[in-house]
Write a protein that binds this ligand. Structure first.
Ligand code: GLA
Length: 397
C-alpha cells in the first residue's frame, strides 16, 4: 500500500513531549477494513465478507495516578491535547475525535469494567481520512484493546471489544452502524477475509490470497455530507420493511429470506422506497453467500460478477452511491483486467474495491487514474491491498 508507514519512535518521543517523561507507554494497533461483498446487510441480519487492512490506528498509552484522561492525535495536532475525566463521560462537540475513545471508556464503564485510574493516550493513524475504510471503528477497537491490556480486563475477548465498540458508536456517537467494521478490526486475520453471519455472529475465515489477481481499493477522495443521517435513514427504512413483512411471514430479520421468499411476500411492504431497500438487503445477503462459495470453487469470474451486481443494487435500489464512485466503477468495468468492481463501505463517497488480474494492476492504476482525473477534476488514490491481522498489543521496540 502507498500509505505512510508508522514511525513508533517518533510517537514515543511525541508522547514524552506532550505528557512528560515517565514509564514507557504501552503500544497498540487496530486496523481499518475493506468489505469485499455484503454491504448494508450487517444491520439486517445478513452476511458480510470484510478483511482487515495493514493500515489502521496506532496508540501509545500510560496510566495516570488521578482520574484525568488525556488525548492527543498526531493527525489532528492542531486540536492539541484534549482532556476529560473518568467522571465526565458524556459526548460533546468540543471533544471532537475524542468522542470515539471516550465512548469506549463509557461503554466499558457501563459493563462494570471501570478503569481505576485515568490515562494519557497518543494516537496516529494511516487510514486516509474520509475514505470509508473504518478509521472510527479502528479507533474504538484500539481503545478497547488498550483498556483491556492496561487495566487487566482479561475476560474480554476480541469479539467483546468489537461489540463494545459498536455499542459505543451507536449510543455515544449516534451512528447506528452494524457490527461489521468493529468485527473486522478486532477479529481480522492475515491473508483472510471473514465470512460473518451477523445474525448469530458465527464466522469463518476464508483464505483470500488470489493466485492470479489482486484486490485494489480506489479512493474517490470525495465524501458527501449527511452520511450519518442518510445511513440512519436506510436503517429505518429496512426496519419498516421488516415490520411490514413480519405481518405475513415469520422472520426475525431480512437476512432470513431467500430471493424467492422475498418476491412472494414483497407486496406486504407498503412503501415503494422501503421495498427497494429490503430487496437490496435480501439479494445482497444471498450474493454474499454465493460469492464465498465461488471463491471456494476458485471461480473468480463468478466472484467478480457478484461484486458487479452488488454495485448495481447499491446504486439503484439502496441509493448509496454517488456520481464520482459510479465513474470509478464504470471505468473499472470497462477495463480488460477487471474481474469485478463495486462501491465498498457505507457509501456516499469513499472507495471502490476491484479484483484486478495481476498483470493488469499497473495499467488499471494508470488508465483509471488518468480518466478519473479528467472527468472529475481531482486525482483518485489507489491501494493494492495487503490483508493483515486484527487489533493487538505491539511488542516494545
Ligand atoms: C458502515 C457501517 C457498517 C456497515 C457498512 C455498510 O461502514 O459502519 O456497519 O453497515 O457501512 O455495509
Amino acid at each position: 500500500m502507498a500509505e505512510r508507514d508508522v514511525n513508533l519512535e517518533l510517537m514515543y518521543s511525541e508522547f514524552d513531549k506532550m505528557y512528560g517523561e515517565g514509564p514507557r507507554p504501552r503500544a497498540y494497533f487496530a486496523p481499518g477494513r475493506v468489505n469485499l461483498i455484503g454491504e448494508h446487510t450487517d444491520y439486517n441480519g445478513g452476511h458480510v465478507f470484510p478483511c482487515a487492512l495493514t493500515i489502521g490506528t496506532y496508540g501509545l498509552a500510560r496510566k495516570r495516578t488521578d482520574r484525568q484522561i488525556r488525548f492527543y492525535s498526531l493527525n489532528f495536532s492542531r486540536a492539541g491535547m484534549l482532556t476529560s475525566s473518568l467522571d465526565d463521560l458524556t459526548p460533546s462537540a468540543e471533544a471532537g475525535w475524542t468522542n470515539y475513545p471516550k465512548g469506549v471508556v463509557w461503554a466499558f464503564d457501563g459493563r462494570g469494567f471501570k478503569p481505576d485510574t485515568g490515562f494519557d493516550f497518543l494516537i496516529w493513524g494511516n487510514i486516509p481520512s474520509g475514505s470509508g475504510l473504518s478509521s472510527s471503528a479502528s479507533l474504538e477497537v484500539l481503545t478497547g484493546t488498550m483498556l483491556r491490556d492496561m487495566y487487566g480486563f482479561d475476560s474480554l475477548t476480541n469479539q467483546d471489544l468489537a461489540l463494545i465498540g459498536q455499542y459505543s458508536e451507536n449510543n455515544f456517537n449516534g451512528m447506528n452502524c452494524g457490527i461489521m467494521d468493529q468485527f473486522a478490526s478486532a477479529m481480522g486475520r492475515k491473508d483472510c477475509a471473514i465470512f460473518l453471519d451477523t445474525n448469530t455472529l458465527e464466522y469463518k475465515y476464508a483464505d483470500i490470497r488470489l493466485p492470479d489477481a489482486r484486490i485494489v481499493i480506489t479512493n474517490s477522495k470525495v465524501k458527501h455530507s449527511l452520511v450519518n443521517s442518510a445511513y440512519n435513514d436506510r436503517r429505518r427504512e429496512c426496519e419498516q420493511a421488516l415490520a411490514d413483512l413480519q405481518k405475513v411471514c415469520d422472520i426475525r430479520s431480512l437476512g432470513d429470506l431467500t430471493e424467492e421468499e422475498f418476491e412472494a411476500h414483497k407486496d406486504a411492504i407498503t412503501d415503494e422506497v422501503c421495498r427497494r431497500r429490503a430487496k437490496h438487503a435480501v439479494y445482497e445477503n444471498r450474493r454474499t453467500i454465493r460469492a464465498v462459495e465461488a471463491l471456494q470453487n476458485q471461480d473468480l469470474e463468478e466472484f467478480g460478477r457478484l461484486l458487479n451486481a452488488s454495485h448495481v443494487s447499491l446504486r439503484d435500489d439502496y441509493e448509496v452511491s454517488c456520481p464520482e464512485i459510479d465513474i470509478l466503477v464504470d471505468l473499472a468495468w470497462a477495463h480488460p483486467g477487471v474481474l469485478g468492481s463495486r462501491i465498498t463501505g457505507g457509501g456516499f463517497g469513499g472507495c471502490t474495491v476491484s479484483i484486478v488480474r495481476n498483470d493488469e494492476v499497473d495499467s488499471f492504476v494508470r488508465e483509471i487514474g488518468a480518466a478519473y482525473e479528467k472527468k472529475v477534476g481531482h486525482e483518485a488514490e489507489f491501494y493494492v491491498v495487503d490483508i493483515g491481522d486484527g487489533a493487538h498489543v505491539l511488542a516494545d521496540v
